[in-house]
Ligand binder design. Structure first.
Ligand code: CIR
Length: 247
C-alpha cells in the first residue's frame, strides 16, 4: 500500500458486492421515474464494476447473489459501515430494504478479523449517508438516517468524532460527495451540495480532508459507466463494501 501511515485504513483488501435483482427495473426505489432501466445493461455494467474491483484494483471480491425480493439489494453500501475491523449492520431507512441486511451480515460474519455489530431500534441509517475521512465521520441526516442512527454509529466507533450534516437534496450525503483520494473530498456544485459543504467546512477537524470541487486527483483513472443504476439513484460507491483485513 502506497499511502502514509495515517491513511492506511484506506488500503482495502476485500470488496463485497451483490448482484442486480431482476426486480430492480420495476420495483427499485427511485426519486424520479422518468427513464426505464435496462436490466441487461445494468447487469453488464455491474459485472464491469466488479471486474475493475478485482482485476484492476486487486481486491478480493466476495460476490453475493441477488434476491429478487429485495429490488435494491445491489446497493450493499447502505446496509453496513465497515471501519477498523468493525462492521456495523445498519437498519436501512426505507422499510423495503430492511431485509437486505441478513445476507450481508452472514457474509461479514464469515470474514476473518472482522467483528460485526448491529444497530438496534429506533436507529435508521443508510451507509450512503456515511462519509469516513480517515479522521472523522460526516453523517447525513436525511430521509433515511436519523439521530439515533448517528448516536449508535458514534458509540460503535469511539475513536472518531461523528459530525452531522443536513441533507437538503438528493437521497444521501454521498449522492453529491465522496472521498476521491487520501485527504480529498470531491463535492458537487448543486445548491444542496453547497449547503453541505458549508456545514462540513465549519465542522472539520484541523488536518482533515480538504474539499475539492474541480477534482484533479493524481493516479490512474478508470472510467466506468453507471447509467442504469444511476436511474434508481445509485452512485459509484453504493454497490460495494470496502474492507481492510488486519493481517
Ligand atoms: C434507494 O433508494 O435506496 C436505492 N434505489 C438507491 C440507493 C443508493 N445507495 C447509495 O447511494 N448508497
Amino acid at each position: 500500500c502506497h499511502l502514509d501511515r495515517s491513511m492506511r485504513m484506506f488500503c482495502y483488501d476485500l470488496a463485497v458486492v451483490r448482484g442486480v435483482a431482476a426486480s430492480l427495473p420495476e420495483k427499485a426505489l427511485r426519486q424520479s421515474d422518468s427513464v426505464a432501466v435496462d436490466l441487461q445493461i445494468a447487469q453488464q455494467q455491474h459485472s464491469e464494476y466488479t471486474r475493475v474491483l478485482s482485476e484492476e484494483l486487486g481486491l478480493q471480491v466476495v460476490s453475493l447473489p441477488a434476491d429478487d425480493l429485495f429490488p435494491d439489494c445491489v446497493f450493499v453500501e447502505d446496509v453496513a459501515v465497515v471501519v477498523d475491523g468493525v462492521a456495523l449492520i445498519t437498519i436501512p431507512g426505507h422499510e423495503s430494504r430492511r431485509g437486505e441486511t441478513l445476507t450481508v451480515k452472514e457474509a461479514l460474519d464469515k470474514t476473518p478479523g472482522l467483528s460485526v455489530a448491529e444497530m438496534t431500534e429506533p436507529a435508521r441509517m443508510d451507509g450512503g449517508d456515511v462519509l469516513f475521512t480517515g479522521r472523522e465521520f460526516f453523517v447525513g441526516l436525511s430521509d433515511r438516517t436519523n439521530q439515533e442512527g448517528v448516536s449508535q454509529l458514534a458509540k460503535t466507533f469511539p475513536n472518531y468524532s461523528v459530525l452531522e450534516v443536513r441533507v437538503s437534496e438528493g437521497l444521501h450525503l454521498k449522492s453529491f460527495m465522496s472521498m476521491v483520494g487520501p485527504d480529498r473530498i470531491g463535492i458537487g456544485t448543486s445548491p444542496g451540495a453547497r449547503l453541505a459543504r458549508e456545514q462540513i467546512q465549519s465542522e472539520m477537524s484541523p488536518g482533515s480532508a480538504k474539499i475539492f470541487e474541480a477534482i484533479e486527483t493524481p493516479g490512474r483513472k478508470i472510467p466506468l459507466n453507471g447509467s442504469e443504476l444511476g436511474k434508481v439513484d445509485g452512485c459509484l460507491t453504493c454497490s460495494c463494501l470496502l474492507i481492510k483485513v488486519d493481517k
